[in-house]
Structure formats: structure tokens, C-alpha cells
Design a protein around this ligand. Structure first.
Ligand SMILES: Nc1ncnc2c1ncn2[C@@H]1O[C@H](COP(=O)(O)OP(=O)(O)OP(=O)(O)O)[C@@H](O)[C@H]1O
Ligand SMILES: O=P(O)(O)OC[C@H]1O[C@H](OP(=O)(O)OP(=O)(O)O)[C@H](O)[C@@H]1O
Length: 209
């Protein structure tokens, strides 16, 4: 039997994604949220689940190491991976925003320095606005950058707004909504069409409930 490989983001969206797959009738008996195991099979071994860093999911799918991926729209946009985005799983909801100190103005600046875990998204956004900008890539705690003068503003994920608020920052501009998406490798979409569509349809019917 042909096995479909799904790359799933470790981290905060993993448990909800597993629950969704279980609701769709795809069970992983060995899975436990605390486990350090990275590879799981479903009961009939038709689906293999691999756990990868959230940021790496689009790469695994683009390169064909996984047929399907479950990743945040943030990482899909940042990677610019050449994959099909098929389904919005409506989990991990948040949005991209430009944020900074309350007095910060974007317009009229000579050249903005933007700190972000998402430099490609940030640069594209400011290019579209016609505002000269340079990016500094950070890997976390991005909210620190405007506070200590490393950058004028940040482009980051905002969910509840707590992290911004507790650091005296504000949303200056919302960029776009983020949620977890199902992506598919372009070759697999053709060569494994039946198995992939079966899985997509199972997930769709759970989403419609
Ligand atoms: N505060 C948040 N609220 C809701 N969804 C979020 C939030 N932060 C991130 N996400 C979504 O969840 C996905 C996984 O986030 P998670 O924090 O687990 O991974 P990460 O940002 O790569 O962190 P780490 O570097 O610690 O592994 C992100 O790609 C994004 O789509
Ligand atoms: O609006 P909120 O609900 O406060 O959520 C937003 C925060 O969550 C994410 O950080 P994460 O927890 O992944 O930490 P890190 O990127 O700083 O490591 C994001 O980068 C923000 O800092």
C-alpha cells in the first residue's frame, strides 16, 4: 500500500492538528503529547506523520520529503515555497502586524529598520507601500527590538496582543490573517491524487460539522 507522509509542525498547533486527524478517522495509537518521538503511523500504516519545526514544514513539502504539510500561513508566506495550499484548518488563528512604540510613524521616515522572524514578509509589505526599509532577522523575543533601539518597528504575529501590551508596544498596521493551512507537494498531488483527495475530503467533512 502507498503511504502518504504528512509533515506536521511541532509546537502550539500540534495537538489540535492531531485531534482534527483523529476526528477524521485517522488514528495514531503511539502518539502522546509528551512523547519525544518524531515519526508515527496510523493503524493501517497508510499515513506516516513526521514532526518537524514549524518553519521547516513548507520545505519538506516543496522538496517532496512529505506529500502533505500542516503549517501556519506565516511560515508558508515566509518560505515562498512552491506548493499547493488546499485547506484552511482554522486553528492557530492570529495575524501579522506591524508594531512599534505608540509615537512611531511609518510615513515620512527616511529608512525604516524592521526586526522580524519573517523578513521576507516584512520587506514585501514595505515595498508594496513604497516605504524604504531594511530588515533584521531575529528568531524570537522580537518585541525587544524597538525597546532597545535595534529596530524602529517589528513585523510579527499578534494573537491576544498581550506580548505587545506588556512591552509598551502597539499595532501600527495589520497586514493579514494567519491560520494553519494544509499544503500539498505539486508532484504528489498528481501521482498520489486518490489517497490525497481521500484525506482532504475526510478533513473537509470534519471542518463542515
Ligand atoms: N501567539 C500565537 N497565537 C496563535 N498562533 C500562533 C501564535 N504564535 C504562533 N502561532 C502559529 O503557530 C505556529 C507554530 O508556532 P510555534 O510557536 O509552535 O512555533 P515557532 O514560532 O516556530 O516557535 P519555536 O521557534 O519556539 O519552535 C506558527 O507558525 C503560527 O502559525
Ligand atoms: O499576541 P500574543 O497572544 O501575545 O501572541 C503573540 C506572540 O506569540 C508569538 O511568540 P512566541 O510565543 O512564539 O515566542 P517567540 O517567537 O518570542 O519565541 C509571537 O511572536 C508573539 O511574540
Amino acid at each position: 500500500m502507498d503511504t502518504i507522509t504528512i509533515a506536521l509542525a511541532k509546537g502550539r498547533t500540534a495537538d489540535s492538528t492531531i485531534s482534527l486527524l483523529e476526528e477524521a478517522g485517522i488514528h495514531f495509537p503511539d502518539f502522546s503529547p509528551k512523547s519525544r518521538k518524531l515519526v508515527f503511523h496510523n493503524n493501517d500504516r497508510s499515513v506516516k506523520l513526521i514532526f518537524v519545526k514549524a518553519v521547516d514544514v513548507p520545505t519538506y513539502v516543496e522538496k517532496g520529503a512529505a506529500d502533505i504539510g500542516v503549517a501556519g500561513k506565516d511560515n508558508i508566506l515566509e518560505s515562498e515555497a512552491d506548493v499547493y495550499e488546499i485547506l484552511d484548518l482554522k486553528i492557530g488563528k492570529c495575524h501579522f502586524a506591524v508594531a512599534g512604540k505608540p509615537e512611531t510613524r511609518l510615513e515620512g521616515s527616511q529608512r525604516l529598520t524592521i526586526a522580524s522572524k519573517y523578513p521576507t514578509v516584512a520587506m514585501k509589505h514595505f515595498q508594496k507601500k513604497g516605504i524604504p526599509a531594511e530588515t533584521i532577522k531575529l528568531n524570537g523575543s522580537v518585541e525587544l527590538a524597538p525597546l532597545i533601539g535595534l529596530a524602529d518597528v517589528i513585523v510579527d504575529i499578534v494573537e491576544t496582543g498581550t506580548t505587545l501590551r506588556e512591552n509598551g508596544l502597539e499595532v501600527i498596521e495589520e497586514i493579514e490573517s494567519i491560520s494553519t493551512r494544509l499544503i500539498v507537494n505539486k508532484a504528489s498531488f498528481t501521482t498520489r491524487s486518490a489517497a490525497i483527495h481521500e484525506l482532504i475530503n475526510k478533513l473537509k467533512s470534519v471542518m463542515e460539522r
